[in-house]
Design a protein around this ligand. Structure first.
Ligand SMILES: Cc1ncc(COP(=O)(O)O)c(C=O)c1O
Length: 345
């Protein structure tokens, strides 16, 4: 879900940008109009996330998947540590392993319990090139309540970016595919610490080099111009909502409405996450007693106007994605529906 105000403002700019008689997708990415959009997007992003000058802000293409391939290409030296807590961190680690073999060390995994929690009890090598984690596992519905500590922490924050304040200052690189919580598919937001650039080998093609991309202000080639504009509108909207601390509070309220409906159902619904303190505030996952009940739940919910609730195939059950734009009323409607469905079932 995306905020109606952001959708409307972006649609308007697509038709006519600031009354100029042309739309934002119709002007050059090297012209002053788009340059202004880019500057404002970078500066609002910096303000919202409190990004220090030590880090660059990039808007790239290729999605989060390209990012988890280009990160080792740029920054791997010696070995890198990966924590695998779900489908996405597993994909990141496997992809890096297929290119770099044993230099990519999986130091912890919760796969043995079907990724029902973030791995615990691990310790990363502080001298590793970096530690890679996925802060919110979209499929499995859990998160690191606190991002881990490492001198070179790399975070895939795709499904929770800007859902709460993030400790950017103590990260090496954070990336997020926009399509979950920020805007349309086609842009990935990257925040990268500049002191990593000397590690980039000359053999890395410029188009994949974070330094070259930063020096060209994300315009080494044509950036995803409309996507960047949409993100700018999203950043403006987030400010009107009171910034990330206010959003965090609202997201916690939404999540607890649904988790309370699970926990108060007398066992009818079962949360899929073993450790309650790691429950995601963005993707709420739970099971019903049978497949038939799950199918009926999805159908009846759709009739009541609540869609996209089917869980991912490896987890099953229900996944309610309650990204920033979902109002508290939406979460409450689902919680109420869950209560009456369980009563009738
Ligand atoms: C946490 C996470 N990482 C990575 C991805 C992959 O993103 P993309 O399709 O932009 O490559 C997703 C997509 O759902 C995701 O949720």
């Amino acid at each position: 879900m995306l905020p109606v105000e952001v959708l409307e403002a972006s649609a308007k700019a697509l038709i006519d940008f600031q009354g100029k008689g042309f739309g934002i997708a119709e002007c050059s990415h090297r012209g002053k109009e788009f340059d202004g959009v880019l500057d404002e997007a970078i500066s609002r992003c910096r303000k919202l996330l409190d990004i220090p000058e030590s880090h660059d802000v990039l808007f790239l293409q290729g999605g989060a998947t390209q990012l988890f391939n280009t990160i080792p290409m740029n920054f791997l030296s010696g070995s890198a540590d990966y924590v695998v807590g779900g489908e996405w961190s597993k994909k990141a680690a496997s992809s890096a392993q297929s290119a770099y073999g044993e230099k990519i060390r999986i130091i912890a995994s919760s796969e043995a319990t079907n990724f029902d929690r973030p791995p615990t009890g691990w310790k990363a090598d502080p001298t590793a090139a970096y530690l890679h984690v996925c802060s919110n596992e979209t499929v499995h519905g859990h998160r690191f309540a606190e991002w881990p500590e490492h001198p070179n922490l790399v975070v895939d924050a795709s499904s929770e970016m800007m859902s709460r304040p993030h400790p950017i200052a103590r990260t090496a690189l954070v990336y997020a595919g926009a399509q979950k919580n920020l805007g349309p598919a086609g842009v990935v937001l990257v925040i990268v610490r500049k002191d990593l650039y000397p590690r980039i080998a000359k053999s890395v093609p410029k188009i994949f080099s974070f330094q070259a991309l930063a020096e060209a202000k994300s315009c080494l080639n044509t950036p995803p111009t409309f996507g960047v504009y949409f993100l700018l509108e999203m950043f403006r909207w987030l400010e009107t909502q009171g910034g990330l601390s206010a959003i965090e509070k609202r997201n916690a309220e939404k999540a607890s409405l649904i988790y309370d409906a699970i926990d108060g159902s007398g066992g009818y619904y079962k949360g899929t996450v073993a450790d309650k303190s790691a429950r995601s505030h963005m993707n709420v996952t739970f099971l019903l007693p049978t497949e038939e009940a799950t199918e009926k739940f999805v159908k009846d919910a759709a009739k009541a106007g609540m869609v996209a609730l089917k869980g991912y195939r490896t987890v099953g059950g229900i996944r309610a994605s309650i990204y920033n734009a979902m109002p508290v009323a939406g979460a409450r409607a689902l919680a109420d529906f869950m209560k009456s469905f369980a009563k009738a079932g």
